[in-house]
Write a protein that binds this ligand. Structure first.
Ligand code: GLN
Length: 201
């Protein structure tokens, strides 16, 4: 099969870094802003940035409802940091007007690590990522406060959940796109390939 086409939601945040990481992980990567562009991808990354801004721009660009519909229909999605917040069914302390796409049955606390520490790096052992631990870059990062029964916890840091998967949805509190290590992106590209195969059967 040809390489899967994976979009990066390009409203705000570190879009370019994800495009580079996806291309390095053998996907055809392209920015997505409009519903027509969303319709053409096999999977989508929601980058790090500022979740309130991403939320407001998604509504403004008319892409919020199409995003929800595709995630509900099982399109593979991967959210990093602000992207993780966007995939949470529920967030603690949302800013006013902040909506999420949802898709993962979890409660996420925004800026959870940020209060003690603006930004830090730590080794994180991520289930499903072979080899040595991943270098986790945490930038005003959220953590997952609690998860529903369908959610698989892939990693924890300091007793807090920082990576999860529910079906075709993946989320990390940290930013693998900033490290040059593409193993988490490869895991996601594999999820997209598996989903394409399942859909074509
Ligand atoms: N704290 C940010 C938010 O609430 C997320 C930070 C990030 O993506 N690096 O959206």
């Amino acid at each position: 099969m040809t390489d899967p086409v994976i979009g990066v939601l390009a409203l705000q945040g570190d879009v370019r870094e994800h495009l580079i990481a996806l291309a390095a992980a053998d996907a055809v990567a392209r920015p997505v802003r409009r519903p027509e562009e969303l319709a053409e991808v096999d999977g989508l990354v929601i980058p790090g940035g500022e979740s309130t801004t991403i939320s407001k721009l998604a509504v403004l660009f008319g892409v919020m409802e199409p995003l929800r519909a595709r995630v509900r229909a099982g399109m593979p999605v991967y959210g990093t940091c602000a992207g993780m917040i966007m995939l949470a069914d529920k967030i603690l302390d949302p800013r006013s007007g902040q909506e999420t796409i949802g898709g993962i049955d979890m409660i996420v606390r925004r800026n959870a690590f940020g209060r003690q520490n603006e930004s830090f790096e730590a080794e994180v052992d991520v289930r499903g990522v072979p080899g040595h631990p991943v270098e986790g870059v945490f930038i005003r990062a959220p953590w997952v406060e609690s998860v529903g029964a369908e959610v698989e916890v892939l990693a924890e840091h300091d007793g807090h959940i920082v990576a999860v998967r529910q079906g075709t949805a993946l989320a990390t509190s940290f930013h693998p796109e900033l490290t040059g290590d593409h193993r988490v992106h490869s895991l996601f590209v594999d999820m997209v390939r598996a989903n394409r195969t399942a859909e074509s059967l």
